[in-house]
Write a protein that binds this ligand. Structure first.
Ligand SMILES: Nc1ncnc2c1ncn2[C@@H]1O[C@H](COP(=O)(O)OP(=O)(O)OP(=O)(O)O)[C@@H](O)[C@H]1O
Length: 264
């Protein structure tokens, strides 16, 4: 595979020998045996693997929602041992992550309250985030007045306004129609470009992983290990029709598909 175009950027997220065993009433359940991979600054990395392999568990460890049993996960060299300030999360279920009684603008404003920003900076961030996701003008609407895709845009705007170093997304586009999914994928590429964010996405969609990623981390075996890390070098800008029509796209999709099938 080609070298990533971000090969020279500093490592932002470093996962080294990460293992996770859940303690259950029936005894220990070892879900992740040994994961090691890096994500460089402003890279998009997709985590793929068969169902139940431990992708969400990995994200929970990265976001400090679950403790790591052994090994480490670090942002800019700093060990993650609780929810890191440098991270924001976007879930599949936007209906559960947005506050239905708050307007779009107030939903985006919510996490900024903890940051104690000067008022002008706070307002500028809210405006910029809503503009970036194409929701300028929808500030006074409530989430339930918007389509699913627009609600997910609000969730993304909220994450952008927070300006995290690392944006973590768990199956973010699984609940929207195909056309909206393409638009939201392109929105991810745009916010990486505009804000220089490092983005880690768990997805079941192999085409999505190949289209969006600078590297695809394939998980396999049970308990989970990294089966392969595939660097993808389509460069920028990517285009839903042109990029997906490239012969390399088909080759990469087949390679990832075969790895997941073997791993399952
Ligand atoms: N809190 C928990 N306690 C015990 N076992 C758990 C817990 N959470 C998840 N597991 C187990 O860990 C394994 C991996 O689950 P996880 O949700 O991380 O996988 P996944 O790859 O995200 O799955 P999917 O692709 O279906 O979304 C499963 O066998 C699950 O039952």
């Amino acid at each position: 595979m080609n070298a990533s175009s971000f090969a020279d950027a500093p490592v932002r997220l470093s996962v080294a020998g990460l293992a996770k065993t859940y303690d259950t009433k029936k005894g220990p359940v070892e879900v992740i045996a040994d994961l090691t991979f890096d994500v460089r600054t402003a890279e998009i990395a997709c985590i793929v693997g068969p169902s139940g392999i431990g992708k969400t568990t990995l994200l929970k460890c990265l976001t400090g929602l679950q403790s790591i049993t052994s090994g480490s996960a670090r942002i800019d060299g700093k060990q993650i041992d609780g929810p890191p300030e440098e991270m924001a999360l976007v879930f599949q279920e936007y209906t559960r992550s947005l506050m239905p009684w708050l307007t779009v603008e107030k939903n985006v404003r919510l996490p900024l309250k903890h940051l104690r920003l000067p008022a002008a900076e706070r307002e500028a961030r809210i405006t910029a985030a809503l503009e970036a996701v194409g929701l300028a003008g929808a500030e006074a609407k409530y989430p339930w007045q918007l389509s699913g895709g627009m609600q997910q845009r609000v969730a993304i705007a909220r994450a952008i306004a927070y300006r995290p170093e690392v944006l973590i997304m768990d199956e973010p586009f699984a609940s929207v129609d195909a056309q909206t999914r393409f638009e939201l994928e392109d929105l991810c590429l745009k916010i990486r470009e505009e804000f220089g964010m490092t983005i880690v996405i768990v997805t079941h969609d192999i085409d999505e992983a190949v289209y969006l990623s600078d590297r695809v981390v394939v998980l396999g075996e049970r308990p989970a290990r990294v089966t392969e890390i595939i660097d993808i070098d389509f460069g920028e800008p990517r285009d839903q029709i042109v990029t997906r029509s490239r012969p390399e796209f088909a080759e990469l999709r087949t390679a990832v598909f075969e790895l997941i099938r073997k791993a399952g």
